[in-house]
Design a protein around this ligand. Sequence first.
Ligand code: ADP
Length: 168
Amino acid sequence: MRRAVYPGSFDPVTLGHLDIIRRSAALVDELIVAVLVNRAKTPLFSEEERVKMLMEVTKDVPNVRVEAFTGLSVDFVKKCEAKFIVRGLRAITDFEYELQMAQTNRIMAPGIDTIFLTTNLEYAYLSSTTVKEVAFYHGDISHFVPESVAEKIYEKVQMREKCHEQQN
Ligand code: ADP
């Protein structure tokens, strides 16, 4: 069984992530999309919400499974009995960090390799952070995320605005 893990924050999943998911799922028997639960960060979406959105947008890809994890990616990869970590590369700015991570992981877990997929040029500029910023200013995010995800982001933006109104 050729199994890979694609770890990330996915806060929220974008069309760039989805492109990497579809392309890497085609390379392996099973792809586990792993939502990192980082206690040090305050994400817009909870771990459950991120997992649910990923499940929804990948439901047509049969060999994809979505899970949440805490701790080191390599430990989770070992637990899943996977041999590969998938990461996406957008620009040279991603490269330095990703190379460092891959090399560190390789020292910690010599049996696990990182596979890098270069972004589809259409999504090279795209990050979860930019999508959230555009949404906070009521911009159109329909070119960046699946429709079901866009709805959830706008719901969050509305909730935040209501909270702010009540506080002021
Ligand atoms: P992390 O916090 O681990 O970087 P992200 O959810 O931001 O989590 O990204 C997860 C992975 O997806 C990373 O390898 C990142 O480089 C990649 N990625 C993010 N956006 C894109 C995109 N638009 N195209 C290709 N890969 C992407």
